[in-house]
Design a protein around this ligand. Structure first.
Ligand code: SAH
Length: 456
């Protein structure tokens, strides 16, 4: 029995929203019982239908907004409620930035128990549209035609990009051109259920500073039919394309890219610049998706590192060496570690490309490589970490505590794991001096932050 729930399924209740969850739902309380309601905003009063009742919380659907938030805006997409792409379209950009600042502060307090940490207002974008330098969309067959676009929420139904009302990537029309070229050349779309068909994903990457474009065609099959025609058509349709890659992913999996990449035409990488530094990017390497804000983020990380030219710095989870090379300009020596070997190869190439000789890169799990470094007697003055969403391994945090750098700069794409990890570092003798959130993902619920910690 769900004794403590004051509502039951299909009840209509009138509620006031007081908060926004990290996935963009409004939170209202009925006698202290939280109801999560998608598309509701804090400050709004609404009629809500209860659709699911759990023990400690429930879910509802907006029936009618009675009092609207001044931050609510009309959005240009008719599929907003079905699509999982841009969750905060109905909230003004100003409102998004305020909500994200609160999200970071709340996570630090509630998850990390970090009270009173200085969290600065989010650094946002002047133009929060068409910022993404990468699109990767599944290709499928629906209603008698080949479609390519994002998945609907909690489903594997594709919303064809033709119907997409907002553009977050630099140019969605390229995906549509490639979809049509694939159809014209008889390439069959992948059927997820039967694990049949050829083309699984279209990936497009842009190097904003140079204009170079990479197209990756991910297939289930080891061969890609009509390659020559495909290449000819793509080069003709997309003037700035500099690299066309065939990636093979034979597995039944949600992971997009397979292990094998073959360059069909042009270069195997494209080259971008952040600030003064050039980066070559491979199909499988991680590269920040918002180049304008990446510069803002890295400048902040660099500022927090407070380098004078004398320091030894470790950059853990370094990807293709982006932050490492930024740091290397102002440090004595930088050690980068990253688990994806292709990315480490790119990082070494990128150091050469920029004539940077004081950066060294190792491929492997950061948690074991850092332990090796510690055992070899490497002493870091500053350690920068930039882990994926799940945060740092506890063993890595313990190695940091054992290495005792003067400063730790934590770059995070997940306030929850940031808060959890800062708690561990605080318990080990570090003090979180301040946190600067940077909006790398406008219109979505994601938020990036940089935290600056000092050894007490
Ligand atoms: N600092 C880089 C990359 C950050 S993304 C940049 O700003 O571009 C996080 C990176 O961590 C990814 O490149 C991912 O491949 C890597 N990674 C994930 N788990 C890891 C682990 N256990 N050890 C080292 N690197 C890891």
């Amino acid at each position: 029995m769900k004794k403590n729930a004051p509502v039951k399924k299909n009840d209509i209740v009138t509620v006031e929203f007081e908060d926004l969850t990290h996935d963009g739902s409004g939170v209202a309380k009925v006698d202290g019982y939280p109801l999560f309601v998608p598309f509701a905003l804090p400050g709004e009063k609404a009629k809500v239908r209860v659709i699911k009742v759990n023990k400690g919380y429930g879910f509802g659907r907006l029936e009618e907004i009675l009092e609207q938030s001044p931050d609510r805006v009309d959005y240009p997409c008719s599929l907003h409620k079905e699509c999982g792409g841009a969750q905060l379209l109905h909230l003004s950009y100003e409102g998004q930035l305020r909500a994200k600042e609160k999200q970071v502060r709340d996570a630090l307090e509630r998850i990390g128990g970090l009270k009173g940490v200085k969290v600065h207002p989010v650094m946002g974008m002047e133009n929060p549209w068409q910022y993404r330098n990468k699109v990767q969309v599944p290709v499928g067959f629906q209603n008698g035609r080949t479609v390519a676009g994002y998945y609907k929420k909690r489903s594997h139904e594709i919303v064809d990009m033709t119907n997409c009302g907002v553009e977050l990537s630099m140019d969605d029309s390229i995906v549509l051109k490639i979809r049509d070229i694939l159809v014209d050349n008889g390439i069959t779309p992948y059927d997820e259920k039967e694990h049949k068909g050829t083309i699984r994903h279209i990936v497009v990457r842009w190097a904003k500073a140079t204009g170079e474009i990479m197209v990756v065609l991910v297939t289930r099959t080891r061969t890609l039919p009509n390659q020559e025609e495909l290449v000819k058509d793509i080069v003709k349709a997309i003037p700035n394309v500099k690299s066309i890659v065939h990636n093979i992913n034979v597995k039944r999996t949600n992971v997009i890219l397979g292990d094998r990449s073959l360059t069909l035409w042009g270069k195997s990488t494209i080259t971008d610049m952040i600030g003064e530094i050039k980066f070559a990017i491979s199909p499988r390497s991680f590269y920040q998706v918002n180049p304008v804000q990446t510069k803002v983020l890295y400048d902040q990380a660099l500022q927090y590192a407070q380098l004078t030219g004398e320091e030894t710095v470790i950059d853990a989870y370094c990807g293709i060496g982006t932050i490492s090379l930024f740091l290397a300009q102002q440090a004595k020596k930088v050690y980068g570690v990253e688990i994806v070997e292709d990315a480490v190869r790119d990082a070494r190439e990128n150091a050469k490309l920029n004539n940077i000789t004081n950066a060294e890169f190792v491929a492997g799990p950061a948690e074991t490589v850092m332990l090796d470094w510690q055992n070899e007697g490497i002493k870091a003055d500053v350690i920068v970490v930039d882990p994926p969403r799940k945060g740092c391994e506890e063993s890595l945090l313990n190695t940091i505590l054992a290495m005792k750098p003067k400063r730790v700069v934590y770059v995070s794409c997940n306030p929850g794991t940031l808060a959890r990890d800062l708690r561990i570092l605080e318990d080990g003798g570090y003090k979180t001096v301040e946190v600067q959130p940077v909006d790398m993902f406008p219109q979505t619920t994601h938020i990036e932050s940089v935290a600056c910690l000092e050894l007490e």
